[in-house]
Design a protein around this ligand. Structure first.
Ligand SMILES: NC(=O)c1ccc[n+]([C@@H]2O[C@H](COP(=O)([O-])OP(=O)(O)OC[C@H]3O[C@@H](n4cnc5c(N)ncnc54)[C@H](O)[C@@H]3O)[C@@H](O)[C@H]2O)c1
Length: 440
């Protein structure tokens, strides 16, 4: 099938690459000439495990192309995926300017039937806006052309995006046009061969499903984070509580880890956007407002622990920081807890020696000008000359460090662990002062 993917970010590039892997002929369009240059030169602009190989294989096979040429991209695909960003607007609502610009580009240049599929996370009702924008452009041109609009929210996780796209738990399609439904079924069939996991529903329900999913996951995290604070007061261990409740199949183990807050490009903005949508609809979401407030506070929990240990002023103190990305296996730093932790500690005069396996270039961009912040090129190097260690992201390479070397490097032999990577008892036996989240 001929497919165009508009936007080559985390979602668009993975979608385009994985669809080409199944034999489809895919053209990926982006307005960012730098991204397209990198892709045309055989690289990828993001860190995503396994993606580079798929991109290179399908570019070589002639099934995957990259362009900034809107007209050529629109002409190519019968299916046009919109996978552009939907960042939060000032009032928290999703900013639809990129989605609607993409829709208008299609309407402005299309010459035959198109199925326009919204993959970006968009508020309920956006499908109607996309339809209206395309129709408006066709009217301006004074021509009549048939098209269908569908919603196909994306559930991939950064860091495991290729695997998620290749083996989805479910594929949600919102559409009322039979041709659109048939094309989407054909396109996704190779990804769900083992058993049908496509759910076809109306457009609004599909749009809502994506927000509901992220809101649920964020709620689980904030729930555990809030309980972790109580556990600290009561002398209970949140890790044991997590295992105790996760073993109940009605609850399950996923997304129950207490930590230093959720971040990334999705949960914070999607929770905000859903709060806004609900308020605008006259049905405020009290629970989600609390989820957001709990998370905002939780991003400061490591700072609170450092301040409790060292005092408000941190001049003269040096901290090693392990992990900058909002989660492991990505270089994405959008709304990452590390940004809050680093800004707050720097403001108090601390020196920070940060290390991340892949996110340092991105950190250098988003944290430019932070006083006292420097970067190390290994976890070990970050410890040199530091008083204490702060762990913000649970990269695998941090899970079993050389504890003796770690203790000897840190002047105060102290670890603040925002991801509960280590056993408090083991740390104590090693002579390391250990501050986890919700643990004795
Ligand atoms: N990142 C995730 O893990 C994830 C998961 C599921 C859903 N989503 C949703 O998918 C959407 C995209 O997210 P992302 O993380 O891939 O964003 P991103 O910022 O990484 O990529 C968006 C891309 O779109 C391009 N773009 C903007 N306007 C354009 C236009 N008119 N024409 C062509 N290209 C244009 C940008 O240059 C950018 O490269 C968002 O709505 C997001 O909420 C993201």
């Amino acid at each position: 099938m001929k497919v165009t993917v508009i936007g080559t970010g985390y979602v668009g590039l993975v979608t385009g690459a994985c669809l080409s892997e199944m034999g489809n002929h895919v053209v990926c369009l982006d307005v960012d000439p730098e991204k397209i240059r990198i892709l045309k030169e055989g690289g990828i602009p993001i860190h995503e495990p396994g993606l580079l190989e798929i991109v290179q294989r399908n570019v070589a096979g002639g099934r995957l192309e990259f362009t900034t040429d809107v007209e050529a991209a629109v002409a190519h695909g019968t299916i046009q995926f919109i996978a552009v960003g939907t960042p939060p607007d000032e009032d928290g609502s999703a900013d639809l300017q990129y989605v609607l610009a993409a829709a208008r580009n299609i309407g402005r240049t299309m010459t035959d039937f198109k199925v326009i599929v919204d993959k970006s996370t968009v508020p309920v009702g956006t499908g109607d806006k996309v339809k209206a924008a395309v129709q408006d452009e066709l009217d301006r041109r004074g021509i009549r052309l048939d098209f269908a609009v569908a919603s196909n929210p994306e559930f991939l996780k950064e860091g495991a995006a290729v695997a998620d796209f290749m083996r989805p738990d479910r594929v949600v399609v919102g559409a009322d046009d039979e041709r659109a439904i048939l094309l989407m079924k054909a396109l996704y069939a190779p990804f769900i061969r083992n058993h049908d996991r496509m759910m076809v529903m109306d457009l609004r329900s599909a749009e809502f499903t994506k927000y509901a999913a992220n809101a649920m996951l964020a709620t689980r995290i904030s729930f555990m984070n809030e309980l972790a604070l109580v556990a600290e007061k009561l002398g209970a261990d949140i890790e044991l509580v997590r295992q105790g409740i996760g073993s109940d199949p009605r609850i399950g183990f996923h997304f129950l880890y207490a930590g230093c807050g959720y971040g990334g490009s999705c949960f914070p903005k999607d929770v905000k956007a859903l709060i806004r949508t609900a308020a605008d609809a006259g049905q405020p979401l009290q629970l989600l407002q609390a989820v957001e407030a709990v998370n905002d506070r939780q991003k400061l929990v490591l700072v609170d622990k450092v301040v409790a240990r060292y005092g408000e002023q941190l001049k003269g103190k040096t901290f090693a920081v392990w992990g900058l990305a909002f989660k492991p296996n990505t270089d994405d730093m959008r709304d990452a807890p590390s940004r809050v932790v680093i800004a707050e500690l720097a403001r108090r005069g601390a020196k920070l020696q940060a290390y991340d396996p892949v996110a340092v270039p991105e950190a250098q961009r988003v944290l430019a000008g932070t006083p006292g912040l420097s970067y190390a090129d290994s976890a070990r190097a970050a410890l040199e000359g530091a008083d204490a260690l702060i762990i913000v992201t649970e990269w695998k390479e941090f899970r079993t460090p050389d504890f003796e070397a770690l203790r000897e490097s840190l002047a105060d032999r102290t670890v603040f662990d925002g991801r509960n990577l280590y056993e408090p008892k083991l740390m104590r036996s090693l002579g390391i002062e250990y501050h986890g989240i919700g643990r004795p």
